[in-house]
Write a protein that binds this ligand. Structure first.
Ligand code: FE2
Ligand code: FE2
Length: 187
């Protein structure tokens, strides 16, 4: 399945802009980590793009319905299991790097965008210390579990500044591609 087909499939199940944009942000961050680790950028990007495919239709069982929605695709069982491994209490252990990465960028990619949206220059020049400051501000994006942001990053064995720099560069690169297509991560 190519990216265009994956986007079409995602749009069949995700109608809200919020979840769609979140999927693109996680895709961007996963591609950045695939590059950093010398992994398959296409695969990691697809994991990000499709990880929340069942969230809108089946929020109470998410991500358990994802395998059904991806049944007619050519993704392998390990890919499907990686999608099942994200979230707070997964049935699949996060034992592969692609699983640790998906978990670590899931909330953080959207948190970084929320921080960028508060700045005049958006993602340009966005540094880890600005993100850290907003993480300490309990009123900002209050639904995001700070502890989980840190724990998931530590499971990857990555430093905070490195984590944020990787995500920001991935978001910037993806934003340029999306803008050329007439979309934006930044609303
Ligand atoms: Fe999710
Ligand atoms: Fe997500």
């Amino acid at each position: 399945m190519n990216r265009k087909e994956a986007v079409a499939l995602l749009k069949k199940h995700v109608k809200t802009d919020r979840i769609y944009r979140h999927s693109l942000a996680v895709e961007a961050a996963m591609i950045a980590y695939a590059k950093k680790f010398g992994e398959d950028e296409n695969r990691w990007g697809m994991l990000g793009l499709l990880h929340d495919i069942d969230f809108e239709e089946y929020p109470e069982v998410h991500p358990a319905k994802a395998p059904e929605l991806l049944a007619d695709t050519d993704f392998d069982p390990i890919f499907i299991d990686t999608i099942l491994s994200h979230g707070l209490n997964p049935d699949v252990p996060r034992d592969l790097m692609e699983r640790k990465a998906l978990h670590a960028v899931d909330e953080m990619a959207s948190f970084v965008i929320a921080v960028a949206l508060m700045r005049p220059t958006k993602l340009e020049g966005l540094k880890a210390k600005s993100v850290k400051k907003k993480m300490k501000d309990k009123a900002f994006a209050r639904a995001v579990n700070r502890e989980e942001l840190i724990n998931s990053m530590e499971e990857m064995n990555i430093e905070f500044a490195d984590h944020i720099d990787t995500i920001v560069s991935g978001l910037k690169e993806h934003e340029a591609m999306l803008q050329a297509e007439g979309t934006s991560l930044l609303g």
